[in-house]
Design a protein. Structure first.
Length: 78
């Protein structure tokens, strides 16, 4: 009988930028462990201001996520 394969987590890099017209603050980048990119965006949007732009810009390797001890559903500034 084949094993049931669960959906794996990926560590996404998510950038948050403030409205360029009102702020000179540079983008913040967060590592977020989630199953899908839209889940990662939801986690970050829950913490960001409504006017901030939130976008997935890449991913981290499993080795790096393990090294920083990131767990599922957690976000951490990079």
């Amino acid at each position: 009988m084949p094993k049931r394969i669960g959906r794996r987590y990926t560590t996404f890099l998510v950038a948050v930028t403030a409205d360029a017209a009102t702020s000179t603050v540079p983008a913040s980048v967060y590592a977020v462990m989630a199953r899908r990119p839209d889940e990662a965006l939801e986690i970050v949007r829950a913490q960001a201001d409504g006017s901030d732009e939130v976008v997935v810009v890449g991913s981290l390797s499993s080795r790096m996520a393990k090294a920083i001890r990131l767990s599922a559903g957690e976000m951490r500034a990079i």
